[in-house]
Structure formats: structure tokens, C-alpha cells
Design a protein around this ligand. Structure first.
Ligand code: PBG
Length: 332
């Protein structure tokens, strides 16, 4: 056996990893507070802060509490929130008419927040599930999720949200034709500057359980959402959905869930060169947060790693329940 002493290699990649400064100098992606949308659960009442069981550290907040909490992080440069109403059972119905009630919880919260913090971007979901007695995103008849009847409702819902001052409308229902219908209705009613961030590539996922618990839709859900949300095995289909939504008038698109679908984020970004957002959903939050609580992984480093991964995959920004943690960390 002959062992040859290895002398100077022509390249030493470790030169660029030697110190923090050189690493930062050559870093390909970075993220900041300006990339964050914070999803916030809103409940009725005053003075309410109720922890979501499956999402330790995440609270349902009454509007007055949400104002304080959101204000705190807005002052630290949080650019946007996504509000999710936890609608009490008595306000749910089969026709979901509370979805476009100008005084529903989502609309009241939006008015209050926009009044207090006009610069903060407020995003509202458009889908019927918080208002539905069976947990579905659309109207149900004989076990079938009705498409065309549902999008008529979504158009009305979107208009009520625009009227209450929402800056961004996020159709999360996965019905066909909803972005086009919403866009036409917004235009026809003078809301031409309202942004549509479409949940274009929203997969039928097990990672939404915590969210459904939080908004009180989980125990009501009859069956599953596979007749409208995407099959986890598909990737080309996601591109077709994004293309359709952009053609129908979406300004930005979303991939959801986040980490298990980074390949989709990258494909969408490379194919369409349009702002792509990832939603790091409730189940992803719960997994990471529980590992943090048990001391299995470090908090800041782990959360920052996931954010960096989203940016590396081409995302413009991320919806994440970790937004408060990230802000505190970045401000330290
Ligand atoms: C409802 C909606 C869901 C989420 C956002 N909007 C749940 C679902 O589709 O059942 C999930 C978000 C999360 O899990 O954090 N249309």
C-alpha cells in the first residue's frame, strides 16, 4: 500500500467558511422580519387569551387582546398578519351566510386593527370552513362539495372583507374559478388595489389538525377535503393550479404546508417568477414547538433554519406561528 501525502488542493472551500464575516459575505439567502406574515386566531369576547391545546404558545385572542399583541410586534416591524376567526357554533350554518356578514368576527377584527395600525397589512382567508356546520370549505349537498354555488358565496365574502379594510384576500378553499370570480367582484366594486394571495397549491394534508381545533372546525369535519385539496403525490398539478390562479388575477401565490413541500415552492418560483409564499402550518408548528419544549432541539436555531430553508427554496415570505419568536430573536 502506498499512502501519498495530500498537498495543497487547488481549491479550499473552507476558506469561505472560516469566520462569521466571510460566511455572511458570501451568503446566498437571508431573511428578515419584513418576510413574515403572522397568523392570528381571533375569538369573541373581551380580555380573552386561550391557549390552543395542540399548539402550545399559540393563543386565541379576543379583538382587544389581539390589538395589544399585534401592536407590540408591529412596532418591532412586523409587516403583516393573517386573521383567522374562531367562530362560535351558534354563528355557523349550512348556508354559511355569516361568512359575508359585514359584522362578523373577521370583519370586526380587521376594522379594529386597520383603525389602530393603518400601515399593517391585514390578510383574511376566503373559505367557508369557519362558518360551516360540517367543517368544509364549501357548501355541501348530499355529501358533495358544490363548486359553483360555493364560489358565489366566496365572492360575497371577499367583498365584505375588502369593505372592512383587508389589504390581502387569501382564497384558501381550492374551488375552481374562485380567484377569477373574486377578482371580477373586487374590480366591479372599486376595490382594485386589494391584493389576492391565492392558496394555489394547497394540499390535502394531515398537518392542519391544530388549525382546525383552533377555529373549532376539526370535530365538525365530515369526511375529508380530498375532493378539492391537492393530492400529496402531485407536483405538476400544483404548477397548473398556480398558472390558473395567476391567469385569473392572483397577485401572489402560496404553497401549503411548508417544509414537506419545499420542492413545490422551488418549482413554482422557477416556473413563474412570481412572489411565492409558504405557509408553515399548525402541524409543523406543533412538531417543532413540542421538540423545543422537550429540549430536543434548540429554539432559535431550529426556527431560523426553517425560515432560511423557505428563502432558499425561493419563497418571498412565510406565514408562520413562530413570527413572534423570530422577531424577538432578530431584534436582540
Ligand atoms: C381553511 C384553512 C386551513 C388552514 C388555513 N386555512 C385548514 C384546512 O384547509 O382545513 C390551515 C392552516 C394551518 O394548519 O395552520 N380553509
Amino acid at each position: 500500500m502506498k499512502i501519498v501525502a495530500y498537498r495543497f488542493p487547488s481549491s479550499r472551500p473552507r476558506r469561505l467558511r472560516r469566520s462569521k464575516n466571510i460566511r455572511n459575505l458570501v451568503q446566498e439567502t437571508s431573511f428578515s422580519i419584513s418576510d413574515l406574515i403572522w397568523p392570528v386566531f381571533i375569538c369573541e369576547g373581551t380580555n380573552k387569551r386561550v391557549e390552543v391545546k395542540s399548539m402550545p404558545g399559540v393563543f386565541r385572542l379576543s379583538i382587544d387582546e389581539a390589538l395589544k399583541e399585534i401592536g407590540k410586534f408591529h412596532q418591532l416591524d412586523l409587516p403583516a398578519v393573517a386573521l383567522f376567526p374562531c367562530v362560535p357554533e351558534e354563528d355557523k350554518s349550512a348556508d354559511c351566510s355569516n361568512a359575508w356578514n359585514p359584522d362578523n368576527l373577521a370583519n370586526r377584527a380587521t376594522k379594529a386593527i386597520k383603525k389602530e395600525y393603518p400601515e399593517l397589512l391585514v390578510m383574511l382567508d376566503v373559505a367557508l370552513d369557519p362558518y360551516n356546520i360540517n367543517g368544509h370549505d364549501g357548501l355541501v349537498s348530499d355529501g358533495i362539495i358544490l363548486n359553483d354555488e360555493t364560489i358565489d358565496c366566496l365572492g360575497k365574502q371577499a367583498l365584505s372583507h375588502a369593505a372592512s379594510g383587508a389589504d390581502i384576500i387569501g382564497p384558501s378553499d381550492m374551488m375552481d374559478g374562485r380567484v377569477g370570480l373574486i377578482r371580477e367582484n373586487l374590480e366591479a366594486n372599486g376595490y382594485k388595489d386589494v391584493i389576492i394571495l391565492s392558496y394555489s397549491a394547497k394540499y390535502a394534508s394531515s398537518f392542519y389538525s391544530g388549525f382546525r381545533d383552533a377555529v373549532g372546525a376539526g370535530s365538525l369535519l365530515v369526511g375529508d377535503k380530498k375532493s378539492y385539496q391537492l393530492d400529496m403525490a402531485n407536483s405538476d398539478e400544483a404548477l397548473r393550479m398556480v398558472q390558473r390562479d395567476l391567469e385569473e388575477g392572483a397577485d401572489m401565490v402560496m404553497v401549503k404546508p411548508g417544509l414537506p413541500y419545499l420542492d413545490i415552492c422551488r418549482r413554482v418560483k422557477d416556473t413563474f417568477n412570481t412572489p411565492v409564499f409558504a405557509y408553515q402550518v399548525s402541524g409543523e408548528y406543533s412538531m417543532i414547538q413540542n421538540a423545543i419544549i422537550q429540549g430536543l432541539v434548540p429554539e432559535e436555531e431550529t426556527v431560523i433554519e426553517t425560515m432560511t430553508s423557505f428563502k432558499r427554496a425561493g419563497c418571498a415570505g412565510v406565514l408562520t406561528y413562530f413570527a413572534p419568536v423570530i422577531i424577538k430573536y432578530l431584534k436582540e
